[in-house]
Design a binder for this molecule. Structure first.
Ligand code: PLP
Length: 391
């Protein structure tokens, strides 16, 4: 059978592939420390669980409005007001089956052949493939470790052409943990304002932010920027609800309406029960986030401190998300040629799962998630240390 050309342009998600390998080892009884994970291991907030259970009991099990219930949209509108100083109407909000789905809907309604989409690297593995699936061309801008993996104004300027349709920003970032402050965003915003380029701002890690830093949404910098930005967020990470599949987007009415039409012909509404859980999480989950993030801060510091003791590894202390992105270039070249070889070695020799930098658009680095208990962070990094000493 001949499959469509479209699907031949993309690859399975490499982060999911790595976790499948780790899971296969765990199933064989091997004690794997899994730093490959892209999800918090906390139980979702109790109020959210109760809301979902109550929804089943009350028969809230039918279709809802395609773009999400009014009640959930109101909770999202309130969240944007309180946390991001952004004000939206209901027709500027869509709820989808995860942030990934919102991002895909945006790509479908905005991109077409001939369009270029700027993506700073390292990037979340899904962005380029979603661009390719919609016949557009990803334009990758390699950021530098010395700039904390933040794209500079000059880099952005060089990447813009008359074909540039959009830019995908992600702060706090996966895989680097980089955070764009208001001051970092302003020069980029100034440049973008002078163009018709749309901004897609993926803020899914918004609450995972440390060292007293604050999250800034680029849409909040001015009313003009808000008009050209679609903000994407969701409950997967902040409330440890990855399996419930609730993400959302907020932006210009025209784009949101197009996404709603698309969603009406593809998935229809996101799961009704998950919507109820998301409402409870958004309204009452503040303390849950605080506890989780302060625990993640401890793990972040431990992981970075211990990684930097390993000869050949250099690791920045990132200000956000729950990943670190150490430089392993000094370990390559003696049998292990790429970070993928190193990740394979660590999985087979130390039973520690990591993700190599290549699929994120940057070789010579590994991504490690600290969404694992504190003692596992200590154990996993120690195993890496010992395995590297054996090289
Ligand atoms: N955006 C980024 C940067 C992510 O890392 C992820 C998940 O790993 C997502 C979006 C997807 O989130 P969701 O589970 O809501 O689809």
């Amino acid at each position: 059978m001949k499959l469509a050309q479209r699907i031949q342009q993309i690859k399975p998600s490499s982060t999911l592939a790595m976790s499948a390998r780790a899971n296969a080892m765990i199933a064989k009884g091997i004690n794997v420390v899994d730093f490959g994970l892209g999800q918090p291991e906390f139980q979702m907030p109790e109020v959210a669980s109760e809301a979902a259970i109550l929804a089943v009991r009350n028969g809230y099990t039918k279709y809802t409005a395609t773009a999400g219930s009014d009640e959930l949209k109101e909770a999202i509108i309130q969240k944007f007001k309180n946390e991001n100083q952004l004000s939206y109407e209901k027709n500027e909000i869509i709820v989808s089956c995860g942030a990934k789905h919102s991002l895909y809907n945006i790509a479908q309604v905005l991109f077409e052949a001939g369009d270029e989409v700027i993506i700073p690297a390292p990037f979340w593995v899904t962005y380029p493939d979603q661009v390719l699936l919609n016949d557009a061309t990803p334009v990758i801008v390699k950021t530098e470790e010395k700039n904390q993996f933040l794209m500079t104004r000059d880099q952005l300027q060089c990447a813009i052409t008359p074909r540039t349709k959009a830019i995908i920003l992600n702060s706090p970032a996966n895989p680097t943990g980089a955070v764009y402050s208001k001051e970092d965003l302003e020069p980029l915003a100034e440049l973008l304002l002078a163009t018709p380029i749309s901004i897609i701002s993926d803020e899914i890690y918004e609450h995972f932010i440390y060292d007293g830093k604050a999250h800034t949404s680029i849409a909040s910098l001015s009313p003009e920027l808000k008009k050209k930005t679609v903000v994407v967020n969701g409950v997967s990470k902040s409330y440890s609800m990855t399996g419930l599949r609730i993400g959302y987007a907020a932006g210009p009415k025209e784009i949101i309406e197009a996404m709603t039409t698309l969603q009406s012909q593809t998935t229809s509404n996101p799961t009704s029960l998950s919507q109820k859980a998301a409402i409870a999480a958004l309204k009452e989950g503040g303390a849950f986030i605080q506890n989780m993030v302060s625990e993640y801060d401890r793990r972040r510091q431990l992981m970075v401190q211990q990684l930097n003791k390993i000869p050949g590894i250099r690791c920045l202390l990132p200000a956000g998300s729950f990943y670190v992105f150490p430089n392993v270039q000094d370990l390559l070249g003696k049998g292990l040629n790429t970070a993928t070889d190193l990740a394979d070695y660590l999985l087979t020799e130390a039973a520690v799962s990591t993700v190599p930098g290549e699929p994120f658009g940057m070789d010579g680095f590994l991504r490690l998630s600290y969404a694992v208990p504190y003692d596992k962070v200590a154990e996993g990094v120690e195993r890496i240390h010992q395995a590297i000493l054996r090289l």
